[in-house]
Design a binder for this molecule. Structure first.
Ligand SMILES: NC(=O)c1ccc[n+]([C@@H]2O[C@H](COP(=O)([O-])OP(=O)(O)OC[C@H]3O[C@@H](n4cnc5c(N)ncnc54)[C@H](O)[C@@H]3O)[C@@H](O)[C@H]2O)c1
Length: 327
């Protein structure tokens, strides 16, 4: 147990990434308060923590002010997949912008350190590759993804204005595609989509010709990066890219998942969605030099763990060969 037990607020703590973060912070002995409105998060994600004396869950929408006493805040609340954030785009922008204002206001009152889960989407459909933090992005401000991209950009603006104007201690991480157990099975994200389709034996839906690349970071690696960023000296404000720089084409990913699940699914091509970036890959030099951080979990290892999770969730028998032997 850590000797410096902190009171830590995690907004969006019942979501995919939030639940892993809560687990890590609770295991380190901190007092963790998980706040969530359960829009995309699930109580199941934090069920194993509920019996712990240093964990508490509260239903709350970050669009409204919150009055609690904490030492650190991780602000994650925001639907993260296009299906969910486009469901109610006005609410998405409100969550990013009003949520940031409310959490920054709380941090200011408490003089607490505050972390923002920003996103590679602030780079839009990038014209430089890989993306460094000083690249200002290529975002369509009126497209269907803008509620998320521009909401997150505005949240970054607010973080840096609170830092300059009120000397708030801030940390801004720009997160790239992350995958792992507890992803939402119906969120339309490429890894969960392909795994669920493969396990069910449904066609694998590949948008475009599949040559668009993504760089996938396993959740444990990501959380390690966040915790290091939060613990870094106060002049390390970010923005700092946290993601895996190893690029994979979406077609390669589909075939890897078909192999690992032993699925008979066939690949089916569909048109590319509007504003879907063709290439997305972080330059993580800053994270390496400032945090001594880089991802460690290879794609195949992470995919096997994720497939095991979805296999249990869906109750199917199509686990990867290795997982079946172990079980
Ligand atoms: N997973 C990724 O690859 C990725 C990439 C870039 C950025 N991010 C960012 O990381 C954060 C977490 O993403 P995730 O993948 O865990 O998504 P998620 O949808 O699983 O988690 C988001 C959580 O926020 C909660 N939430 C949404 N609106 C809220 C509101 N108004 N008040 C309180 N809670 C609210 C949801 O119920 C959910 O539990 C998000 O801010 C997202 O933008 C994630």
């Amino acid at each position: 147990m850590s000797s410096t037990r902190k009171r830590i607020l995690v907004t969006g703590g019942a979501g995919f990434l939030g639940s892993h973060l809560c687990e890590r912070l609770v295991a380190e002995g901190n007092d963790v308060l998980c706040v969530d409105n359960y829009f995309t998060g699930r109580k199941d994600n934090v069920a194993s923590l509920l019996g712990k004396p240093n964990f508490e869950a509260m239903r709350h929408d970050v669009c409204f002010p919150l009055y609690v006493e904490v030492d650190e805040i991780y602000n994650l609340a925001c639907p993260a997949s296009p299906i969910h954030y486009q469901h109610d785009p006005v609410q998405t922008t409100k969550t990013s912008v009003s949520g940031a204002i409310n959490m920054l206001g709380l941090a200011k009152r408490l003089r607490a350190k505050i972390f923002q889960a920003s996103t590679s989407e602030v780079y839009g459909d990038p014209t430089v590759h890989p993306q460094t933090e000083d690249y200002r992005g290529n975002v369509n401000p009126i497209g269907p993804r803008a509620c998320y991209d521009e909401g997150k950009r505005c949240a970054e603006t607010l973080f840096f204005d609170y830092h300059r104007q009120h000397k708030l201690r801030i940390r801004v991480a720009r997160i790239f595609n992350t995958y792992g157990p507890r992803m939402h099975p119906n969120d339309g994200r490429v890894v969960s989509n392909f795994i669920v389709q493969a396990l069910r034996g449904d066609p694998i839906t590949l948008y475009g010709n599949g040559s668009q690349t993504r760089a996938f970071c396993y959740v444990d690696d990501l959380i390690e990066g966040w915790v290091r960023l939060m613990a870094a000296p106060d002049d390390v404000t970010g923005p700092i890219n946290i993601g895996n720089p190893v690029e994979t084409t979406v077609a390669e990913l589909a075939h890897k998942i078909i192999d690992l699940t032993g699925s008979r699914s066939k690949v089916e091509h569909r048109p590319l969605p509007v504003d879907d970036p063709t290439q997305r890959c972080p330059d993580i030099s800053r994270a390496k030099s400032l945090l001594g951080w880089e991802p460690k979990v290879p794609l195949e290892t992470g995919l096997k763990r994720t497939i095991e999770y979805f296999d249990r969730l869906l109750g199917s028998n199509a686990a990867p060969a290795e997982a079946r032997t172990v079980a």
